[in-house]
Design a protein around this ligand. Sequence first.
Ligand code: GLN
Length: 294
Amino acid sequence: MDRRAPWTPLELVRWTAGYFNGHQIESARSEAEILLAHTLGVRRIDLYLNHDQPLCDDELARFKSYIKRRVDREPVAYITGEREFWSLELAVNPSVLIPRPETECLVEAVLPFLDASGGPPKRVLEWGTGSGAIVIALAHEHPGHRYTAMDRSVDALQTARQNARTHRVDDRIVWFCSDWDAALAPGQETFDLMVSNPPYIRSGDLDGLQAEIRCHEPCMALDGSGDGLACLRHIIEVSHRYLLPGGILALEMGYDQRSDVQAIAAATGQYGLPRVLKDYSGHDRVVVMEKLAA
Ligand code: GLN
C-alpha cells in the first residue's frame, strides 16, 4: 500500500476491502470501514461525507497496524475495543467473549418476565456475565428491578462494571466473583429470574472454530467440556435452589443441544416443560424453563 500520493478514506476503504477479501475475511468492506472510522475517530458514514480529506502519516501508520492485526485473525471488536449489543456500545477485550447477535434473542426471551409494571421489583441473576452485555441490556430496558451478575474472571467483571458505568446502570447491579454458585448459600439468596449464556462448545470442537475465536476469545467462555453440556448441566442442576417457585431460568445453548438440555431439566424434577426459542438464523438457541411450585 506504499505510494506517493496521500490516501483518501474512500480509496483506503476500497483498497483494504480488496486486501481483506484476498485474505478470506468475511464482511471485508464493512470491517475496512469500521477500522478506518476507528482510526480517524469518526462514524462510518463520515468516511463518505469527508471522502476527499487525505490521511496524515500517523493515521495511516495506525490504520496499517490495524490491517495487519486483522489479517493475523484478530477479531475487529478486539482491535477497536468495542462491540454493539442491544444498541449499546460495549467495551470488549480478550478477557470477555465478544457479544453475539444471537444472544439478543436471550434478552428478548426474558423481557416479558420483567415487563409487568407495578408489583415489587424482581430479583434477577446473570450467571457468567462476561462483558455484562445481557445484564446491562436488561437493566437498561427495565431499571426498576434488582440485578446481580457474577463471573469467575476478575478481569471480565472489571470490563462489565466499566460497561455498566458507561450506560449508567452500575448502581442497579450487584457484582460478585464466583465459580458459578460456589459463593451463594441456598436459602439466603432467592431470585425471580436467572439468565446465562454459558460456555457450551464441546472441547473437541474448539479446534475447528475459526481462528478469530480459537486464538483470541477466552476459552473459559466457550469450552463446555467433553460433551459441551457441563456448564449448562451445572446451572440447570443448581439454579432451582436459588429460584422462587414460578421463577424462570433462561439459557443460551448450542443449536443441537435442545434434547440434551430438555433431558437434564427433566431429570431434576424441578422445572416445567422447557420452551425452546430459535435465533435469527432459525436455529434452536434459547431455552426457558419455569421452576415448579414446591
Ligand atoms: N455462540 C458462541 C460461538 O459460536 C459460543 C458461545 C458460548 O459458548 N456461550 O462462538
